[in-house]
Write a protein that binds this ligand. Structure first.
Ligand SMILES: Cc1cc2nc3c(=O)[nH]c(=O)nc-3n(C[C@H](O)[C@H](O)[C@H](O)COP(=O)(O)OP(=O)(O)OC[C@H]3O[C@@H](n4cnc5c(N)ncnc54)[C@H](O)[C@@H]3O)c2cc1C
Length: 509
């Protein structure tokens, strides 16, 4: 396994359970990849994911290896899930209580009362139709003719973006944004993201937004601990430098320490980066360097991780502030590739739920600003970095984080250049290859990698895509193909189970 991100760890658990001898080689000095925990001066910050959605998939993976996720990783369902404030005015405390949502919607836009119920009911059917697609491999165009895909076809609406689809439920543009900004999980503008992804906000309202105690990074750490208890060999600070091949068949993995002989490898490292750095160009045609460069990539993120004096009890756990000119903001990020002048911003204040993340009387604050992936306009030299730090702190002050500058006792900034250099992410595109219809299903790099023998992919760069639930799902899809190839049983990996519509408020203790 190359990489100990969430996809790699989920695959390592299932492969080890099935009896495979698994070695995980991780370049960084900790597990978790983009979903790790940064610790400094008594503060703990999630590096990347903070919204833990749809725990069902990881629950089933744990069940399949004989573990109980509720015991291993206690989580709290958040209510409100998050607050959205709009630059144009108004805010929503988004709650799974739909009557209360309707009441708040009525205050913003009386003509939209009732629309949320219509949206939820339609998307319940839509998710049920799409589940077989999200849970099966797509290895060729013929897979598009599967009955499950044909049954889902009426919901695909390739001519409609997510934003336009939401416009058929909600008249007020702020409500369209409130139910489509989740395209951020894919690093895309809702107005370019396929309408299929209206299921993302549905997942939040129907199944909850969770906070795992200790943060999302703790989930990765616990997965690694369990994998090691089961006999998996996880080696951190051991970057893979090269792969060896006999023809198209992988035979060895080279690190600074040694060369490992192997029957198969699973690549969890960022797809575009690892192809170019590990697989010789003469072995790739569909995914040649030139073709990789031509693909579309997600946005990136400018991050601030702040340890601050005192607490902000009046601020919610998750707050999303939408730019005054949201469409202009998306254009700056995706088309013009310039730094947003009036950025949208997401702030996490998790200590109000989980005080263990900071020393007593202090807070760990996480700030994410969507920005373009690396381009000539964004060199992220020290001048640009300092400028954007100012823009971000000013916006935090406007949003009620009073005296934030004076209160900072620890600070770390991560720019798109850092995502590239420290996390090995191609163009710093934090959410991988974009999720347009031309780069999904069989057109995304296949879980059983189509250009080589014995090479499999897992994580946000393969099918179904980026975002923790589907990344965990990618591990099941990959393992179901790899285990039979190794002559090992894959039956324990669950096939689809019927959907349950309720989730307990509190999982674990
Ligand atoms: C800022 C941010 C916020 C996000 N927020 C959310 C959210 O709220 N909810 C959500 O569901 N998703 C979110 N995501 C998306 C996604 O869930 C994460 O990015 C996730 O961590 C991706 O997992 P992965 O399995 O693809 O692997 P990664 O996390 O990318 O891990 C890959 C691993 O491979 C290692 N590696 C790379 N090259 C080598 C090499 N040569 N040798 C050895 N190891 C190597 C890397 O060091 C890394 O540890 C967010 C992502 C980011 C960046």
């Amino acid at each position: 396994m190359i990489g100990a991100g969430p996809g790699g760890l989920a695959a390592a658990l299932q492969l080890t359970h099935a009896g495979a001898e698994v070695t995980v080689l991780e370049a960084r000095d900790q597990v978790g990849g983009r979903c790790a925990t940064m610790r400094a001066d008594g503060f703990s910050f999630d590096t990347g994911p903070t919204f833990y959605l749809y725990p069902r998939i990881l629950r089933e993976i744990f069940q399949s290896i004989g573990r109980d996720i509720d015991q291993e990783i206690p989580m709290k369902r958040l209510d409100p899930q998050y607050t959205i404030s709009f630059g144009e005015g108004g805010k929503l405390d988004c709650t799974p209580d739909l009557e209360e949502m309707d009441r708040q919607i009525g205050k913003l836009s009386p003509e939209d009362v009732g629309a949320v119920h219509r949206y939820i009911n339609h998307n319940r059917v839509k998710l049920e139709r799409f589940r077989p697609i999200l849970e099966s491999p797509f290895n060729s165009m013929l897979d598009l003719l599967r009955p499950s895909l044909l049954a889902a076809a009426p919901f695909v609406k390739p001519w409609k973006s997510l934003g336009h689809d939401l416009g058929s439920y909600f008249k007020d543009p702020r409500l369209v944004i409130a139910f489509s900004f989740q395209a951020k999980y894919l690093g895309m503008s809702p107005f370019r993201c396929p309408s299929l992804f209206s299921i993302l906000s549905f997942l939040e309202y129907e199944y909850g937004v969770f906070h795992p105690y200790g943060g999302c990074g703790r989930v990765s750490e616990r997965m690694a601990e369990i994998a090691e208890e089961m006999g998996c060999d996880i080696r951190i600070s051991e970057p893979v430098r090269k792969l060896e091949f006999s023809g198209k068949k992988v035979t060895g993995v080279v690190t600074d320490q040694k060369t490992y002989e192997t029957d198969a490898i699973v690549i969890n490292a960022d797809f575009a980066h690892s192809m170019q750095s590990l697989v010789p160009a003469n072995l790739r045609s569909r995914w040649s360097d030139k073709n990789i460069a031509k693909k579309q990539y997600s946005c990136s993120t400018f991050m601030m991780y702040l340890g601050v004096e005192g607490t902000y009890p009046e601020q919610q756990h998750h707050t999303i502030h939408i730019s005054r000119d949201y469409i202009g903001n998306l254009r700056e990020i995706e088309k013009e590739k310039v730094l947003p002048t009036d950025p949208s911003i997401y702030i996490q204040n998790p200590c109000i739920t989980d005080p263990s993340l900071a020393p007593s009387g202090k807070s760990a604050i996480y700030v994410l600003v969507p920005v373009p992936h690396l381009s000539p306009n964004t060199p992220w030299d020290s001048k640009q970095k300092a400028f954007y730090r100012e823009v971000t702190l000013k916006r935090m002050e406007e949003l009620g984080y009073t005296d934030i500058r004076k209160r900072i006792v620890y600070e770390k900034v991560v720019t798109p250049a850092d995502w590239r250099d420290d996390f090995f992410v191609y163009r710093g595109a934090t959410f991988n290859l974009a999720h347009n219809l031309g780069q999904m299903l069989h057109l995304r790099p296949h879980n059983k990698f189509e250009e080589l023998d014995g090479v499999y992919l897992v994580g946000g760069g393969t099918h179904p895509g980026s975002g923790l639930p589907v990344i965990y799902e990618s591990s099941r899809i990959t393992c179901k193909q790899l285990l039979p190839d190794l002559g090992l049983p894959s039956k324990f990996i669950h096939d689809m189970k019927p959907m349950a519509t309720s989730t307990p408020e509190l999982i674990g203790s």
